[in-house]
Design a protein around this ligand. Structure first.
Ligand code: LMR
Length: 390
């Protein structure tokens, strides 16, 4: 039987991690998978997480099952940060998921179970979005995410929404767009919210990088604006980046609606999908986040660490933008893009040359994780870019 299996291509982004690790060059640069790095190139465990883990070690008295919804203390503690202090709590319920990926999977599965057949999505997008939509068995309808000038293409989104059929869903990145770093402006979000307010299309908002753009509140602007205008929506959330918990897989799926029965059913359907997939999400990271958010000192420590990350990203982006023109690449837009990622207009050959000749690893799409750049390697990166794109 197993001989009937077709070979599968390795996930290109994850394969890059292995290629990078196998490269013996001491001055290699990893701009691949989206993990934050310090000025020393490290991805340390947050101090707030370490402190919460110590508490967990001392106080946790059981590891008995919690259920497919996971740690509801964690799920509820996030609500004011994601939805805002004043959000009507009766409209929202959630459940824990294994990372943001698990949350997106739950959102798309629940969308399908509610009768949705098509997902509208701006491209380029995080490659796993399209994979998840395909795996769930929904049709993907794409539109352009960016204009030729490198801005968010509101017209393309509005045209896609105008052409949508009632009962379609639209998948939007809440902030720090992956892979382009090009976010909708506040004025654009206002226009998007106004369009979505007719209820024709269900918004699904993926918020995987809250706090890495302009701050926890500012990065939630679009999500909150949309949720203020619509009667229902789904949200996929990740703590993997803003708490640095990558491998612990910490995410949450939320449904928003003022129909109490629909809300309960969204959760029940999510729980059914979870039970048949991973049964219950991993506890450790979510428990650590819950402990941080329920302790004012730890919350302050965590927010301070998040500020440091953002400050460092701002430094990298300023340095890249200051290079202005590197060969054929206009660097100026990198200064206003948000989050870890930006996309460089490089050919496959140029990306390969960066890797082979200079030991610089980036996704095949031209996406760079700007956090991989430090005082120690940014000049080398700019010089290498000039070499291949000159
Ligand atoms: C990324 O895009 O690099 C991250 O979201 C990690 C992942 O799972 O792809």
């Amino acid at each position: 039987m197993l001989e009937n299996l077709a070979a599968q291509p390795a996930d290109a982004l994850l394969a890059l991690i292995k290629l990078y690790n196998a490269d013996p060059r001491a001055d290699k640069i990893d701009l691949g998978v989206g993990v934050y790095r310090t000025a020393e190139g490290a991805t340390p465990v947050f101090k707030a997480i370490k402190a919460a883990e110590q508490k967990l070690l001392a106080d946790q008295d059981s590891k008995a099952y919690l259920g497919p919804e996971g740690d509801m203390g964690f799920v509820h503690a996030l609500i004011p940060y994601v939805f805002g202090q004043d959000f009507d709590r009766s409209r929202v319920e959630g459940m824990q998921s294994p990372g943001g990926t698990g949350a997106v999977r739950l959102a798309i599965e629940v969308a399908k179970r509610s009768g949705i057949k098509r997902i509208l999505m701006g491209t380029p997008s995080w490659p796993n979005h399209a994979q998840i939509v395909a795996a769930v068995g929904l049709e993907l309808v794409t539109f352009k995410h960016t204009t030729a000038d490198g801005l968010a293409d509101l017209d393309a989104l509005q045209a896609a929404l105008a052409a949508a059929q009632p009962g379609d869903a639209v998948l939007l990145h809440g902030c720090c767009h992956n892979p382009t770093g090009v976010d909708y402006t506040e004025a654009q979000w206002d226009a998007i919210a106004a369009t979505l307010s007719d209820g024709k299309v269900l918004p699904i908002i993926d918020l995987a990088y809250q706090g890495l753009g302009d701050g926890m509140e500012a990065d939630a602007y679009g999500l909150r604006k949309v949720l203020g205008a619509v009667s229902e929506a789904l949200v996929a959330y990740s703590c993997d980046k803003n708490f640095g918990l990558y491998r612990d897989r910490v995410g949450a799926f939320y449904a928003v609606t003022s129909d109490a029965t629909a809300l309960a059913n969204a959760m029940a359907n999510g729980a059914t999908v979870a039970r048949a997939s991973w049964s219950m999400p991993p506890d450790h990271g979510a428990a650590a986040v819950r402990l941080i958010l329920s302790d004012a000192e730890l919350t302050k420590l965590w927010l301070g660490e998040l500020d440091e990350m953002r400050d460092r990203m701002a430094w990298v982006r300023e340095r890249l933008a200051a290079a202005q023109q590197v060969g054929s690449v206009n660097m100026a837009p990198l200064g206003i893009q948000k989050g870890l990622f930006s996309m460089l207009p490089l050919s496959g050959e140029q990306i390969l040359a960066l890797r082979e000749k200079h030991g610089i690893y980036m996704a095949g799409s031209g996406r760079i994780n700007a956090a991989g750049l430090t005082t120690g390697n940014i000049d080398k990166f700019i010089a290498a870019l000039g070499d291949v794109a000159g």
